[in-house]
Design a protein around this ligand. Structure first.
Ligand code: GLU
Ligand code: ZN
Length: 240
């Protein structure tokens, strides 16, 4: 097996919970068993949910359990910074790369419009989401929006048909029809990435080979695999 590199990537939204500890323990053991590298990355891009002191509470809990990290806060490393809030420039560049290659687009829709769309889709018994209103705006239409002072978000352009096949090491292959996937936001209008962009960019740029994460992310898994493909990157191995 190629050199194993794993990570634990908590969000600093409070104290570490037992589910997170379990995720960290398994992937730390896996790294140590294969003489690999284990990194700690702090996913602090959700400013609203950020809790002061939770980084130190997380690091001290990991240390108390004996789960040491080879790269990350307090120890540094060549793939840093290890706080996502310090990597905003990278995410912006990568999101723009996806626009240039036709895999992402700017969306100028207001919160009010998005709420209306959502209600309508639910009323029509369609899966709630975004109606791709801005996916085919012309350059002139985009310029007009910008001139109005509207800062866009950047959305991923999910293929409109076909199937995305993903492989989870615990469940095997899972098929998702692309038409049920949403054109998710990758970069918010304030320049902060969403989890979907930051996790793919960082796992790739930090050289992660194996990912363990909570089961709650399995519904976003096809999106992440599509984002890897759009970048032309190989995805790591996943255990949800
Ligand atoms: N920051 C995410 C969380 O705490 C991490 C998910 C992942 O490991 O990719 O849920
Ligand atoms: Zn839009």
């Amino acid at each position: 097996m190629a050199q194993v590199k794993t990570r634990f990537a908590p969000s600093p939204t409070g104290d570490l919970h037992v589910g997170g500890v379990r995720t960290a323990l398994f992937i730390w053991l896996f790294a140590r068993r294969h003489n690999g590298t284990f990194i700690l990355r702090i996913e602090d891009t959700d400013q609203k949910r950020y809790k002061e002191d939770s980084v130190s509470s997380i690091t001290s809990a990991l240390r108390w359990m004996g789960l040491d990290w080879d790269e990350g806060p307090e120890v540094g490393g060549e793939f840093g910074p290890y706080f996502q809030s310090e990597r905003l420039e990278l995410y912006g560049e990568q999101a723009r790369r996806l626009i240039e290659s036709g895999h992402a687009y700017e969306c100028f829709c207001s919160i009010e419009r998005l709420a209306q769309v959502r209600e309508q889709l639910i009323a029509n018994k369609q899966p709630p989401g975004y109606d791709r209103h801005c996916r085919n705006l012309s350059e002139a239409e985009r310029a007009a929006k910008r001139a109005e002072g509207i800062a866009p978000v950047i959305r991923f352009a999910v293929p409109l048909d076909g199937t995305t096949v993903v492989r989870d090491e615990l469940r095997g292959e899972i098929n998702y029809e692309n038409r049920v996937l949403e054109d998710a936001v990758l970069l918010k209008s304030d320049g902060f990435p969403t989890y979907h962009l930051a996790v793919v960019v960082d796992d790739h740029c930090m050289g992660i080979t194996h990912v363990t994460r909570g089961e709650e992310w399995i519904s976003s898994f096809p999106l992440h695999i599509l984002v890897y493909a759009a970048f032309g990157w190989d995805a790591p191995v996943f255990y949800h």
